[in-house]
Design a protein around this ligand. Structure first.
Ligand code: PAF
Length: 279
């Protein structure tokens, strides 16, 4: 497995693989890999014949009071997992390599970045789009794999790729969960044992909504209130949003007639957790 820190070297390797007729999959990550990432790597391995994983904790997608400095890092563990997953190259640049002095460009997706996490994390998706666009230009993949847990991120990246005619297939992979239902996330590391129990309220909220719909409930406000009440009945929880919206436009839905997305963001202690389900 090659470990590459320089943009030019990564581009040269991808160019060579492309010339040799290989199909390149890319799995962008911020490291501290868990089983969810391993599943993304499995899908990448399956769909391409050269697999690149990127590790870069991207400062531009964190707000000033967010967890950039304390975001968990474990490079050696990540490299071991990457090797076991059959990764061919890990691209892990420094911040200076990605954002040298004088850097001044932006990639903006306008509308769908305004809802859900975009409301409480202004600038977050601008940070995601600029770094993902750069990672695409550096790793030159045919396919890129992202988790559906970050539903809005996946939608924003799909929109960017469509709008900018990037010739890359974006593949979404279903959320991987712990045995008790908690969606896997690097930020689960912040949870104390008591908070970890409260974090299960997100999945319980999704299950409650599913059950209510099965029983015939179609009023979005009624479902959202029940989900909020369930989550707030758990200690340490602070709701950022409980939203039922159109799965593509991400605009609010009042009455459930067709497919819709229930998306949650909840702070549990210091961890801001998200989860979602298509209803
Ligand atoms: O989902 C993530 O880990 C990050 O947002 C990504 C896509 C690697 C961009 O920094």
């Amino acid at each position: 497995m090659e470990i590459i820190k320089k943009i030019e070297l990564m581009q040269e390797l991808s160019d060579k693989w492309r010339r040799d007729g290989h199909i390149i999959s890319c799995v962008p990550t911020m490291g501290f890999l868990h089983q969810g990432h391993v599943e993304l790597l499995r899908v990448g391995r399956d769909k391409g014949d050269r697999l690149i994983m990127t590790i870069f904790v991207n400062p531009t997608q964190f707000g000033p009071h967010e967890d950039y400095e304390r975001y968990p890092r474990d490079t050696e563990g990540d490299l071991d997992k990457a090797r076991s997953a059959g990764v061919d190259a890990v691209f892990m640049p420094t911040v200076e390599e990605m954002y040298p002095d004088g850097f001044q460009s932006a990639v903006t997706v306008n509308t769908i970045t305004q809802y859900l996490c975009g409301k409480s994390r202004p600038g977050h998706f601008a940070g995601v789009t600029i770094v993902v666009a750069k990672l695409f230009n550096i790793t030159k993949p045919h396919l890129a794999i992202f988790g559906e847990k970050d539903y809005q991120q996946l939608a924003v990246i799909r929109q960017m790729v469509r709008d900018l005619n990037m010739d890359i297939d974006i593949i979404g992979v279903p959320t991987v969960r712990e045995q008790d239902g908690l969606a896997m996330s690097s930020r689960n590391k912040y949870l104390s044992p008591e908070e970890r129990l409260s974090a299960l309220s997100l999945k319980k909220g999704l299950d409650l909504a599913k059950a209510m719909i099965k029983d015939g409930e179609k009023d979005s406000a009624t479902i959202k209130t029940a989900v909020r009440e369930l989550i707030l009945a758990h200690p340490f929880t602070e709701i950022d949003y409980v939203t039922i919206c159109d799965p593509e436009k991400l605009t609010d839905i009042e009455h459930l007639d067709g497919p819709s997305l229930l998306a949650l963001a909840v702070k549990v202690g210091k961890a801001r957790l998200i989860d979602n389900i298509i209803l």
